[in-house]
Design a protein around this ligand. Structure first.
Ligand code: SAH
Length: 362
């Protein structure tokens, strides 16, 4: 079921056993529908009981009986049914002009599965359709601080949502602990989504999580996400490449200061430099860039909280950035862009350039 319907007060009939229908049921209840479930076997024979809010019904045996049942509902979610019975159901649904939506069964395998999902930066709209589909199948979601989650939560209201970005003591759950919890959940048969900010493989430790799953024999899939390295500059109107301006971009981590050698190479490349996690080391980086011959008037953009309502773009130069960012109180999360492409920054940001100029008193 991939329809954005308002189901408040509507009656939905789910066809399938409680185990395979559990995620569809959770979403329907979440969206305000009254849910009826008709399992293939009597409910007492089913391994898993459905949510107590669900009305259980015996499965009809004839087209007339299906018709009668369908006359009382608005929508059918078909999850599992023998082919011959499905034909009868479909005929009855045509008679009654009731919608049927087919949905994949939730996993019931003894070993679960992990999907590393990139949530994109800042805005929930950056989540891919594939990522959303994975969330809809999830029993448990381990999410990070920088992963937007609103849409995800709507897609997977039946899942357990575990914040591994911060614990109540404001410390992130250590990486090996995250990996252990993910693997344990999958080994106990659950369908796991690991929801990460941006793209899982761009400074996201996704590679380590992939390796941990493989080492434990847990099936694992990676769904790329929109990375902040490209999307956050774009949100400020800065293309990381532009014909005749820059034909390459290098994405570096500013988590620790770069070596002189690396900075020398970066300057030598002459392309766009995009820095993630670079607010703390910005003074070190710009000093090193200048030492290795980058002109001090090379434009530098800092985009804080990209793709959120609090997005702020500061346009400055390599020579002045340390002073300006300190005055403006620039904070993480932010993406730095260094290079001629910064001059292409959207006109909308002209006002912010003025703010930057005011901050330096010019
Ligand atoms: N895997 C992520 C990056 C993780 S490292 C990705 O592909 O985007 C975390 C860094 O990403 C932050 O320090 C910041 O530099 C950047 N970042 C992530 N989200 C951001 C946002 N909404 N605005 C600005 N920077 C962001």
């Amino acid at each position: 079921m991939d329809l954005d319907l308002d189901l408040t007060g509507r009656r939905a009939l789910v066809v399938g056993s409680p185990a395979v229908a559990r995620l569809a049921i959770a979403r329907l209840l979440h969206s305000g529908a009254t849910v009826f479930l008709t399992p293939p076997a009597p409910a007492s024979e089913s391994a898993l009981a459905a949510d107590p809010a669900v009305h259980m019904l015996a499965q009809p045996r004839t087209r007339a009986a299906w018709r009668e049942l369908l006359s009382a509902v608005d929508l059918v979610i078909l999850i599992e049914l023998p082919r011959s019975v499905e034909a009868t159901l479909r005929a009855a649904a045509r008679d009654q002009r009731v919608w049927i939506v087919r949905e994949a069964p939730a996993a019931t395998a003894p070993i679960g599965h992990v999907t590393l999902v990139g949530a994109g930066p800042g805005d929930e709209g950056m989540l891919t359709l594939a990522g959303r589909a994975a969330l809809r199948q999830a029993d448990v979601v381990f999410f990070d601080r920088l992963a937007p989650q609103q849409h995800g939560r709507e897609s997977a209201p039946g899942a357990e949502w575990v914040d591994v970005g911060k614990t109540p003591g404001h410390h992130a759950v250590p990486q090996d602990e995250i990996e252990r919890r993910m693997v344990d959940a999958a080994l106990s048969g659950r369908t796991v989504v690991r929801l990460k900010g941006g793209d899982p493989f761009v400074f996201g430790r996704g590679g380590e999580e992939l390796a941990a799953c493989r080492a434990a024999g847990v099936p694992v899939t990676v769904l790329s996400g929109v990375t902040s390295a490209i999307a956050v500059p774009a949100a400020a109107g800065i293309p990381v490449t532009h014909r005749e301006v820059s034909r390459m971009f290098t994405v570096v981590s500013g988590h620790a200061p770069l070596s002189d050698d690396t900075v020398a190479h970066l300057v030598g490349l002459g392309g766009t430099i995009v820095v993630l996690m670079g607010v703390g080391t910005l003074p070190h980086l710009t000093a090193a860039l200048a030492r290795h011959g980058m002109p001090s008037d090379m434009p530098l953009a800092v985009i804080e909280r990209g793709l959120t309502p609090g997005q702020r773009t500061t346009i400055t130069t390599v020579g002045e950035s340390t002073e300006i960012t300190a005055r403006l109180g620039v904070r993480s999360p932010a993406v730095l862009v260094i290079g001629e492409v910064v001059r292409l920054c959207a006109d909308d940001d002209a006002a912010l350039r003025e703010v930057a100029a005011l901050a330096t008193g010019r």
